[in-house]
Design a protein. Structure first.
Ligand SMILES: O=P(O)(O)OC[C@H]1O[C@H](O[C@H]2O[C@H](CO)[C@@H](O)[C@H](O)[C@H]2O)[C@H](O)[C@@H](O)[C@@H]1O
Length: 389
């Protein structure tokens, strides 16, 4: 990575593809993910950053943050006024249909999916925002519909099921309100799941046995617990430095913090990014990932939703088994780590929820949350009819 002069202040430029050594990461700490590298420009170094390197808004632009912020969530599509009288050929639709050839709909490919699940046990992993509840402006109002809740409930009665969210575990549980599932909050950094007799996670450091709200024995795994004071501190600072930015909102997700800019005027996005960058200069053990109109500040540890899937499979006694097919449904960049784990280990399928073409490690796609619900219902129907999954 070169230091170049941009006007009077130096900026970081990125001429070569990113890899761990270029980022100066110890081998046990990987950058966010290979998929994430395509979206960001490697601000995740564990080395203390030189102060004043990122001192201008131009620097935020130069580091690809703005591009990542602009592409972080598809704009809502306007209904086509002319559609009824003259169905125009929509370029976006054409691009989407072309993309579907590489990432077919999990609904139209349902037979294919279940044929690979024959005589296997399906394990289901579900992201929350944008997957089980549609994206809305106010994160507190991302309520799951009763119909979706019922679909998830029935699915969880047929298959071991885990919800894996960037939200705090407590918050996502309040939204989902179903017992008998595993919950993983803070992008996999806070996992609670029932103790099973096959469970082999007990040996993990930071994994303790405790009881849940209903008094049931559970395993609680919090690999970033030492970061809690730091996260609380940065949460307060982020609230403070964004309080004058109209529409900005900071959300505590226990082991990570979200800075939402969905409701911030686009002109001000660079300012939001710059303030976050400046603050993070003092926190080399924290990094930022880009979600859907949200900057997610999280500990630099070798843990993500992909690792959480592996942990959960172990916990459910389903890891390293030929007779298990994992299905992970998610819409966001952080879900790519889980898609990648399944793709690389050949242990199942990622399904990306997206209505626009996106680069992804998933195998299949679903257009929106209503298609996710249809897919869950189809799985349950198949399980009840077929019974050998
Ligand atoms: O892993 P997830 O469950 O997908 O969580 C990722 C982030 O989801 C939430 O933000 C997103 O959904 C909000 C409600 O629809 C929307 O307003 C926001 O723009 C989206 O980014 C959550 O509020 C974040 O804290 C999570 O990091």
């Amino acid at each position: 990575m070169d230091l170049k002069k941009n006007g009077s202040s130096p900026v970081l430029t990125d001429p070569a593809p990113l890899n761990s050594s270029r980022l100066g990461l110890p081998s046990n700490i990987k950058p966010y993910s290979s998929a994430a590298q395509a979206y960001s420009s490697g601000l995740y170094s564990t080395k203390p950053r030189r102060k004043a390197i990122l001192g201008k808004l131009d620097d935020v632009r130069a580091n690809g943050w703005l591009d990542a912020m602009k592409s972080s969530s598809p704009p809502r599509r306007q209904p086509n006024k002319d559609y009824i009288s003259e169905p125009a050929i929509d370029e976006n639709d054409m691009a989407y249909h072309k993309w579907l050839m590489s990432y077919p709909s999990a609904l139209t490919s349902f037979e294919q999916i279940i044929s690979s699940a024959k005589c296997k046990k399906i394990a289901l992993f579900l992201d929350y925002d944008g997957t089980l509840s549609p994206i809305v402006d106010n994160p507190d109002l991302a309520i799951m519909s009763n119909a979706m809740r019922s679909a998830v409930k029935h699915a969880s009665e047929c298959f071991p099921t885990a919800i894996i969210s960037g939200r705090s575990r407590e918050k996502v549980y309040k939204f989902v309100k179903l017992t008998g599932l595993c919950y993983s909050g803070s992008h996999g950094m806070d996992i609670m799941c029932p103790v099973t007799k096959f469970d082999s996670t007990g040996g993990h450091p930071n994994c303790i046995m405790t009881t849940d709200e209903q008094g049931k024995e559970v395993h609680l795994f919090q690999p970033a617990s030492e970061f809690l004071p730091m996260i609380n501190e940065i949460f307060s600072s982020l609230v403070d430095i964004t309080k004058d930015i109209v529409g900005a909102r900071v959300e505590s997700n226990k082991f990570c913090v979200s800075v939402h800019y969905r409701l911030v005027n686009k002109e001000v996005w660079p300012e939001v990014a710059q303030r976050v960058v400046n603050l993070l200069e003092d926190y080399p053990r924290l990094r930022v990932t880009h979600g859907r109109k949200v900057l997610e500040i999280r500990p630099v540890i070798d843990w993500n939703k992909g690792k959480a899937v592996e942990f959960l499979l172990e916990s459910l006694g389903l890891s390293n088994r030929e007779d298990v097919l994992s299905i992970y449904v998610g819409d966001d960049r952080t879900d790519e780590d889980a898609f990648e784990v399944l793709r690389e280990s050949n242990r199942g399928y990622g399904i990306l929820v997206s209505s626009i073409p996106k680069e992804t490690n998933a195998f299949y796609s679903l257009r929106d949350t209503s298609e996710v619900m249809k897919f869950l219902k189809s799985l349950v129907r198949w399980k009840k009819l077929d019974g050998d999954a």
